[in-house]
Write a protein that binds this ligand. Sequence first.
Ligand code: FAD
Ligand code: UDP
Length: 382
Amino acid sequence: MPWNFDYLIVGAGFAGMTIAERLVRTKGARVLIVERRNHIGGNAHDHYDDAGVLIHRYGPHYFRTNSPRIREYLSQFTDWTPVDYTIKSFTRDRYWNFPVNLNTFEQLIGRPATSEEFIEWLEKTRVPVENPRNSEDIILSQVGYELYELFFKGYTLKQWKRHPRELDASVCGRIPIRTNRDDRYLKEDFQALPSAGYHRIFQRMTEAMGDNVKILLNTDYREVLPHVQFGHMVYTGPIDAYFDFVHGKLPYRSLRFEFESFEGEALAARERLSGKTGFWQPAMQVNYPDASVPWTRIVEIKHATGQRCAPTTIVREFPEDFIAGKEPYYPVPNAESQSIYKRYKEMADALPGVSFIGRLATYRYYNMDQVVGMALAEADRI
Ligand code: FAD
Ligand code: UDP
């Protein structure tokens, strides 16, 4: 006897969990969620590590949104702890305020300055580009060569193994440039972390679905296809894999995360450098644009979660090629990958009974809120 469900949902990340919750609670649907990993939450998964520190397993996840609808939707499942996400960049043997702002300019020229002076300097220094087409153009057109070389070129080469010229302007264009002293990393109105962590959101969504949901972990959806009947599928995995790579493989970048915990003597030695009791480094995130180190950033999420505990955990992020056995963390935004994606999208659009949503299935460098927005819209539509 096959299992019967109204919907089969592939992937238990923000996309899959949000659409499942909406289909159950607005339409009374019965849904099966199938997830390859051993946990729900996708890349937003967090948990307490062996040292007792709350960590983000797949890189730092800073929640932000400009959408009241998305914020209200998620607020059913969590309270929020407001965070001013601030980071540093480490190059030329020192920490810099980053993203570029008036403080960074003062560090560059070695003396106090005003916004007017910085604006004047930028006018002289920036490279006029009428239509910034790629990530090099967009940064040069805002700040010129020196700051581009200092903070962006090396980091981007390391992260993407591609020149900034080979990436859409939107990649480096995500990073704000400011002439005042606002040094928050993000631009959105609402910036906060879920007070009890991300995993709690996914647990509450699961609880809200009650008996109408069944979740299978450690399972590829293809394994269950012969055993289930369903009316509609929502697919949130990589779109090229869904279509057996008939148009070739889409490029992705992967990452390796190296976690390290500190306490006692080892942490005390670092506290003298970080200037903060209980912390290894001076900020939640430090970016390393130089080619001399193989990681792109070191994150100490305890700065942002506000957890009070003696130990701390840092994580170094090493960019890697996407090969067998690795996770496809980042779609690569450029013209070449878009032309491949377009062919898959045409196939997806022509396929009845399957919705493709989320970062991997739409091959978009989306943030969590954008993925939640997409899932809410699709739940209304189907
Ligand atoms: P995912 O979370 O990737 O979920 C898809 C799920 O599908 C996965 O769990 C996968 O295992 C499963 N799956 C795939 N194929 C199959 C299959 N065949 N069978 C069964 N299951 C399958 N966003 C922010 O808003 N702020 C941030 O600070 C931020 N930082 C990030 C840092 C990193 C390093 C990365 C990689 C992403 C970051 N993001 C951030 C983006 C955020 O992770 C995504 O927007 C969001 O998690 C996407 O949700 P999703 O459900 O589309 O995909
Ligand atoms: N970037 C950079 N230098 C930095 C930070 C970011 O050149 O110090 C570029 C880089 O190409 C990166 C992109 O801007 O991939 C987006 O950065 P963000 O921190 O938003 O990346 P994510 O958190 O998504 O990895």
